[in-house]
Design a protein around this ligand. Structure first.
Ligand code: PEP
Ligand code: MG
Length: 758
């Protein structure tokens, strides 16, 4: 083989265009056998019984299901040793195992490489030939490289023989909206304008009339969808609909479509060409905001085509059961087409927690998971669980798992109802230690749930969200209006308002940050705002003005790593304060504190204590930086856990330093809403936790059912443990013994299903 890299790229590119995994693997074995000029290429997969099941073969006779017992033959040896085997004559090897009926005896050479996924052998790729000839080094390397890619495909192939594998297919994504939803899959984005064939018409005038009618139908449809969203219609969602309406009335688009109709194209063909003409223009722009608008144009094109085909007008009434929307992207129109009461969840193959879909789902409180990668073999009406708390999706859950999740949904619901009774009660342990519970927010739509849940303040207001949903930096007055509503809603209670924390995974569409090799270590948080001091000045002025007369502002700085950042910020704060005072604004000097989310900040707490009024642990970033694990990377997502011993020990160090230097301390990362972590945090003596409003009831309930002393003794034991799983298991077992099994997650691998469902 001359150019293995080229062969590999060609195979993988071709595979990405093939729809079903079965056809993909068939194509791969045929292509591999041709690429290495060998007679046989076979793919084995480890099945549920740990046997090696022959999935597909080029060259072997396969008339029935072939399964090799675990560890049997050369294939079993490759799997066991997790190492390739390259033999001129396989039959001479002591591990050789002849499989009846395959006519394998005619093939002498054997080269097998393991397929490994997340550290586990999931299959073996084998090449054989009549000639007794080992594969060259280059050919073997080609197989090894291909096997690494092939493992991803193999794990996604449903096992037709084993129903248990078809069930409970799990996919990990990126956190978007917390909560759990269970419903029947509805696939979105199936009406793809891009698939329309170019067809000609000889009736251009009639087609133009059809186009004009279609435009008004879709405009009307969008208005209906917008109305259906009712009270969930926020400013940001409204602007998405406005953008659609603007595109529909845009003369440029209409003229273009009409021009294609005059050239003799049918309406769908003309729409496709018109839409893609503009979408491609946007795609080519350097500005990521404008590039992203191409997506809006294509969504609108799909919508036009869908309505043209006669779909979408009576869709809302067609839904009777809870629904989970699934698609590469789920558009605002898709969401609006389902009655809100029946919308159980949203799953996007692509996208991040800050996509329009995610923002909308958040505002509506619909559990959502983004960026799960393409889920194949999911059909309309398949049952799907969206676990927004864990960023997890389970397709076709088993009866047992469904039961467990339904129980969890009921518990969450009950806990929320119970909160009406708990709302005005303190989060006090059984041995009378008060814990303050604050809420994390960032959307105006999030304010009410926090107030309703009885939050004693806002522990983290993420200002980047109002910055992200607009088309440009919000003006000082605009910011004042948004922030003021937060201060008013929580009057008399502390509001920790964080200065803009963009960069890393959070980008402003209208202020692109040039590609960075390591964005998490790059121009983000306070580094970005101090370099753009005019933005920071505007924001700080807006915060001060908004809190005037209410005086509960706690300015919180993200990503601080050095003293000069604190000094520089203090100057900005002083300047803003004096400017406003000179303008006659009644002000009170705010409290100033920092997020402890970079390991460097932990060590400097003693040095900075005199400069700060408070500190807040950002456990999400702190875990990310301590463990060197990108919190948004699905490849390592399952390794990321904030109860990792390194994180626990470091958080404990922070708690002790805060005590020693008398710095008020809170914690506002995801740890604050994880019952296992909360037990440890209470044991450490933390007094303030901030979390999303949806999670607050459960945590309050937990705190009211435990003693500080109990948490302290569990902490003491866990500080000696070396594995995350051991820590989780130990605390969960202790919770169970205490009758707190409601706190244990339905899908926790540490808990035997039977125990959980009772
Ligand atoms: C954190 O890092 O823990 C945190 C709360 O900030 P964010 O998740 O917004 O980065
Ligand atoms: Mg952070």
């Amino acid at each position: 083989m001359n150019d293995s890299m080229l062969a590999l790229t060609r195979i993988l590119q071709a595979v990405s265009l093939i729809d079903t995994p079965q056809l993909q693997i068939r194509f791969i074995v045929d292509s591999v056998s041709a690429a290495v000029s060998r007679d046989v290429c076979s793919l084995y997969r480890v099945n549920a019984r740990q046997e090696m099941e022959l999935l597909v073969s080029h060259g072997l006779q396969v008339h029935q299901t072939i399964c090799l017992p675990q560890g049997a033959g050369l294939v079993g040896l490759v799997a066991k040793e997790r190492h390739g085997l390259n033999l001129a004559n396989g039959a001479n090897h002591s591990a050789y195992f002849y499989v009846q009926g395959t006519q394998e005896e005619q093939f002498k050479s054997f080269c097998g490489v393991p397929l490994v996924h997340h550290g586990e052998v999931v299959g073996v790729l084998v090449v054989q030939s009549r000639e007794a000839q080992v594969l060259s080094e280059q050919e073997e390397a080609f197989l090894l490289t291909l096997a690494a890619q092939l493992a991803f495909i193999v794990v996604n192939i449903p096992n037709t023989q084993d129903a248990a594998i078809k069930q409970n297919r799990r996919f990990k994504g990126i956190k978007s909206v917390e909560g759990i939803g269970l419903g029947k899959a509805v696939l979105c984005g199936l009406t793809q304008l891009s698939e329309v064939q170019d067809v000609r018409t000889d009736k251009p005038q009639a087609t133009i009339q059809e186009w004009i009618q279609l435009l008004s139908l879709v405009k009307e449809d969008l208005i209906n969808e917008q109305n259906r969203l009712g009270e969930n219609m926020t400013l940001s969602i409204g602007s998405i609909f406005d953008a659609y309406q603007m595109l529909l009335t845009d003369k440029g688009l209409s003229d273009k479509v009409e021009a294609y109709i005059h050239e003799g194209f049918s309406l769908p063909s003309a729409i496709k060409q018109g839409i893609y003409f503009f979408a491609n223009r946007f795609k080519q722009m350097d500005d990521p905001y404008l590039t992203a608008r191409a997506e809006d144009i294509i969504h609108l094109g799909n919508k036009l085509f869908h309505v043209w085909k006669g779909g979408g007008r009576e869709a809302a009434s067609a839904y009777k059961d809870p629904v989970v929307l699934i698609g590469a992207q789920v558009s605002v129109s898709d969401i609006a087409s389902v009655p809100i009461k029946l919308l159980a969840g949203i799953i996007c193959f692509e996208g991040s927690s800050l996509s329009h879909t995610s923002i909308l789902a958040n505002a509506m409180g619909i559990p959502a998971v983004m960026g799960v990668g393409q889920i194949k073999n999911v059909n309309t009406h398949d049952m799907v669980i969206v676990d927004g708390n864990e960023a997890k999706v389970i397709v076709q859950p088993s009866t047992l798992l469904k039961k467990a999740y339904k129980r969890l949904i009921k518990q969450e619901h009950k806990a929320t109802l119970k909160l009406h009774n708990l709302k005005n009660l303190a989060a006090t342990t059984l041995d009378h230690h008060d814990i303050k519970l604050y809420t994390n927010t960032g959307l105006l739509a999030d304010i009410t749930p926090g107030v309703k849940s009885g939050a004693q303040g806002v522990g983290l207001y993420r200002t980047e969200i109002p910055f992200m949903v607009g088309d440009s930096f919000p003006s000082e007055d605009e910011q004042v209006r948004v922030y003021r509503r937060v201060f008013e809603a929580y009057a008399g209670k502390p509001v920790y308002m964080r200065t803009l924390d963009i960069g890393g995974d959070k980008q402003l569409p209208y202020f692109p940050i040039r590609h960075e090799e390591n964005p998490a270590l790059g121009w983000r948080g306070i580094r970005f705002t101090l370099d753009n001091i005019q933005l920071l000045m505007t924001q700080v002025r807006a915060m001060l003005r908004a809190s005037s007369g209410i005086n509960t502002l706690h300015v919180l700085l993200p990503m601080v790593t050095s003293t000069h950042e604190l000094i520089q910020f203090s100057t900005v704060l002083k300047d803003a304060y004096h400017q406003l005072q000179d303008d006659g604004v009644a002000l009170q000097w705010p409290k100033m504190g920092i997020m402890i989310e970079v390991p460097a900040a932990v060590t400097q707490i003693p040095l900075w204590a005199h400069r700060l009024d408070f500190i807040s642990i950002g456990s999400n970033d702190l875990s990310q930086y301590l463990l060197a694990l990108d919190r948004n990377n699905p490849h390592v997502a399952d390794r990321y856990d904030h109860v990792h011993p390194a994180v626990i020990h470091e958080v404990y160090r922070i708690v002790n330093l805060a005590k020693q230097y008398q710095l008020p301390l809170s914690l506002c990362g995801e740890m604050a809403s994880d019952p296992v972590a909360v037990v440890l945090l209470i044991g450490m003596g933390i007094g303030k936790l901030s979390m999303s409003a949806a999670k607050l009831p459960r945590i309050k309930w937990l705190i009211r059912h435990i003693e500080l002393e109990w948490a302290q003794s569990l902490l003491a034991h866990c500080l000696q443990l070396e594995e995350v799983d051991d820590i989780r298991f130990y605390i969960q077992q202790a919770m169970k013994d205490k009758g707190l099994q409601d706190m244990i997650k339905a899908d926790d691998p540490n808990i035997k299903r039977g125990e959980l469902t009772g």
